[in-house]
Design a protein around this ligand. Structure first.
Ligand SMILES: [Zn+2]
Length: 66
């Protein structure tokens, strides 16, 4: 399982996979970074390329205790 991620710039929409042309939408992948931000990555269900379009999210306050 590769963790190769393609960083791409978001421009208006990200609906079609640049690698294979699949346009049915993406799977969501969440990956904790070094800080509190969680990278929200998108994986093509057709060719399984993973894209980082710059989305970041955080867990709700109070859910950080593990
Ligand atoms: Zn694809």
């Amino acid at each position: 399982m590769t963790k190769h991620t393609i960083v791409t710039e978001f421009q208006n929409e990200f609906e079609t996979c640049p690698a294979c042309g699949y346009s049915g939408g993406f799977h969501s992948i969440f990956r904790q970074g070094t800080g509190p931000d969680i990278s929200w990555l998108l994986r093509c269900p057709s060719c399984h390329e993973t894209y980082d379009i710059g989305l970041r999210t955080r867990m709700q306050s109070g859910s950080e205790n593990q």
